[in-house]
Ligand binder design. Structure first.
Ligand SMILES: [Fe+2]
Ligand SMILES: [Fe+2]
Length: 284
């Protein structure tokens, strides 16, 4: 949803209103850095996973699951990483990271929120591949983080935000529009602030900040459009908190900007249904 009354993205004045910005867990930060770094080696990933008990257990559980049908049980992280491959391991880490960041706000329907974020991440990577965007993993991370402002708003403005959540759940409005009305800024702006605080690259902060009005993004319109369209894809596919099957993807300014026509969009929907299904086991 877009609105003509977008406030300018004044992050400095937001800091006073949103006092309680959560820190990024170290393991998540390192995983994100590695995901964005094409030079990241298997060895570095193994080290990172070994330092995190929950992550190690998860990786071992996946590699020993029926999905891989191995004859012998895998008991070490290095063996598991070798069997799963770099891309799968990165996906597992990223999926686990989102669950962790959203865990802070259990009552913001954590499951729906992380389903939406994970789906948006997969969509962003699929779109990035299709339009040959230079860094597909960057799009994935950005999709994953795009709504990270929501749990922060809930923590800071709990009573007023709870009202917004129930209105959105009833289908009366969107988060973005209700937040703008109630606070004068939205989760997109808070997310941009957080991305900056966490020292994410500027394109990530900007794409998060403008994911609901991507054509206003001053420097990184393409990435903002990828995230906007990915978010709308999830809403139209009914994945997450906001569902609206009537969204006309083809008419979205972001789809036009990215030159994705009706047939490209329906191919994307098909591809995403498969990808979401295939990664469900990685997130369990
Ligand atoms: Fe959003
Ligand atoms: Fe979203």
């Amino acid at each position: 949803m877009q609105t003509d009354q977008e406030p300018t993205l004044d992050l400095t004045s937001l800091i006073a209103k949103v006092k309680d910005l959560p820190p990024l867990p170290t393991v998540v930060m390192k995983a994100m850095e590695m995901t964005l770094d094409p030079e990241a080696s298997v060895r570095n990933l193994q080290l990172l996973i070994s330092q995190d008990q929950a992550l190690s257990a998860k990786i071992l559980r996946i590699v020993n699951s029926a999905m891989y049908a191995l004859r012998r049980e895998v008991s070490t992280v290095s063996h598991a990483v070798a069997v799963l491959g770099l891309d799968t391991v990165k996906s597992v880490i990223m999926a686990a990271s989102v669950e962790r960041v959203f865990q802070a706000s259990k009552d913001l329907s954590t499951k729906l929120m992380s389903d939406h974020s994970w789906g948006t991440a997969l969509a962003a990577r699929a779109i990035a591949r299709r339009i040959r965007y230079e860094n597909t993993e960057e799009a994935l991370v950005c999709g994953l983080m795009h709504d990270i402002g929501k749990p922060v708003l809930l923590q800071n403005l709990r009573d007023r935000y709870s009202v917004i959540i129930s209105e959105v759940y009833k289908g009366n409005s969107s988060f973005h529009q209700m937040e703008l009305l109630a606070f004068g800024f939205s989760h997109a702006h808070v997310g941009a602030l957080l991305a900056r605080k966490w020292n994410f690259p500027p394109q990530l902060s900007e794409a998060v900040g403008y994911h609901h009005n991507p054509l206003s993004a001053p420097s990184f319109k393409q990435l903002a459009c990828i995230i906007n369209l990915s978010n709308l894809l999830m809403i139209s596919m009914g994945i997450g908190f906001e569902k609206d099957k009537s969204v006309d993807l083809e008419k979205q300014p972001s789809a036009e900007f990215l030159k994705l026509d009706a047939s490209a969009l329906s191919a994307l929907v098909g591809e995403l249904q498969v990808a979401i299904q295939a990664t469900a086991a990685l997130r369990a």
